[in-house]
Design a protein around this ligand. Structure first.
Ligand code: BGC
Length: 420
């Protein structure tokens, strides 16, 4: 057999091999994440497809449960068993905790080859590093302090888009009187605390928010304004569906999309559900800053932290995933589906809808002053232990319509103290 014939035979043999066999030879990357709603799944599919196109196998370890608490439990169990995935959705200060356990791998070579230092905002680059080395790659920037509105429902109820908390209650009363659920909500701890953090940002302002959730400052946590936050939370609860317990956030989003409810307080992953339902931002729905938080931007950066692996081919697959995550094509399609801002600085924003364009402008404005603050409810501001303590107090309070706001602030402060 001459050389050409041998090559042809090899090519035809390769063609006979199933794609999965070729990919397995090239390495596998297992990814633990919680992107399981319709819109989220559409977004993560774009990452999977790119990794597979590059010849690697994607092993999906999706763990349902918004906010990621269930996924984090799975991840811990696997890490303790000595079997972590190649990549996992880990965010904010938690990256430091995993880094300190010595389990994360060094991505500096990928970062250098792909110019991450220049592509990423400095603040974001720092979060992705442990001990001065990249150990995680960011995919997006979500804004948490949004209010989602169905304008048709607002029209029917004669309600106006609110810009202050007082106006929010006026609109909610109109919606209620017209027979709509004013606020769609799912009674799960992370959703309750998403509303809670928006209220802290609105009532205490960005600096007060920082003192409460980043500095964990006792006098802020127990102050009169914090009592007002709990009071307002209790009042908001009276405009939510009584059957909200345990409801997933995307089911709540569907209530607004389908015209059963008028509003939802949720981060901009909610937009992924509107997009998946074929709705257009600015026409079929409106996104406005949560009342009283104009000028502030509570950020939530999704990132994939990478674990140390032994198999060289799997390491190649892991490096490919890290590289793909910041490529412009992926950043565009993923974030169009996910509802978030691309994390790369140099993207053409004309490819994004009105809500994402507004988010970009608001991000840049907030960055100039004190407005840019890490989301407590989405793992960006504190350790998961402190966050868990806050979640418990907020949800217990929210589930008891007779709970006393002044007692709640004391409970909040002591729960945080013992979790620190
Ligand atoms: C994550 C988002 C996700 C949302 C709902 C947030 O904590 O950052 O990516 O869409 O939870 O699951």
């Amino acid at each position: 057999m001459n050389a050409i014939n041998r090559l042809a035979a090899a090519i035809s043999l390769t063609c006979l091999l199933p794609l999965s066999a070729i990919a397995a030879e090239n390495g596998t990357v297992e990814v633990t994440h919680w992107w399981t709603s319709g819109g989220e799944a559409a977004a993560v599919k774009t990452l999977r497809e790119q990794v597979e196109k590059d010849g690697f196998t994607w092993k999906d370890n999706a763990v349902a449960g918004g906010g990621g608490a269930a996924a984090m439990t799975v991840l811990k169990t696997r890490a303790v068993a000595g079997n972590p995935p190649g990549a996992a959705q880990i965010k904010g200060p938690d990256i430091q905790e995993w880094g300190s356990l010595g389990l994360l791998t060094n991505l500096d070579d990928v970062a250098k080859a792909n110019n991450w230092d220049a592509l990423l905002p400095q603040k974001v680059a720092q979060i992705m590093q442990y001990d001065g080395h990249y150990v995680a790659v960011p995919v997006n920037i979500h804004r948490v302090n949004w209010l989602w509105i169905n304008p048709q429902v607002f029209d029917k109820a004669g309600a106006k888009v609110p810009t202050t908390l007082d106006e929010l209650f006026v609109a909610a009363d109109k919606l209620k009187a017209a027979g709509f659920i004013p606020l769609a909500h799912g009674g799960q701890p992370w959703q309750d605390s998403t509303v809670f953090e928006d209220l802290v940002l609105s009532i205490l302002g960005p600096l007060g928010y920082h003192k409460a959730f980043v500095e964990l400052d006792e006098s802020t946590l127990t102050g009169a304004k914090m009592v007002e936050v709990f009071k307002t939370l209790q009042r908001l609860g009276t405009y939510m569906d009584a059957n909200r317990a345990g409801r997933d956030w995307n089911i709540a989003a569907a209530e607004v999309i389908n015209g059963k409810a008028g509003m939802q307080i949720m981060g901009d992953w909610a937009k992924s559900e509107w997009t998946a339902a074929g709705k257009v931002a600015g026409k079929d729905y409106q996104c406005v800053a949560f009342p009283g938080t104009q000028g502030s931007f509570a950020y939530n950066i999704d990132s994939l932290a990478m674990f140390k692996l032994k198999n060289d081919n799997d390491i190649k697959a892991q490096n490919d995933l890290a590289k793909v995550a910041l490529e412009p094509q992926f950043q565009t399609v993923f974030n169009q589906n996910k509802g978030s801002l691309p994390v790369r600085q140099d993207m053409d924003m004309s490819q994004f809808d009105a809500c994402t364009q507004k988010s970009k402008v608001d991000f840049e404005d907030a960055e100039k002053g004190d407005g840019l603050q890490p989301s407590m409810a989405h793992n960006m501001a504190t350790t998961l232990a402190v966050q868990g303590a806050i979640f418990d107090v907020v949800t217990n309070f929210f589930n008891d319509p007779k709970a006393d706001p002044a007692t709640a602030v004391k409970q909040l402060n002591s729960a945080i103290k013992s979790a620190k």
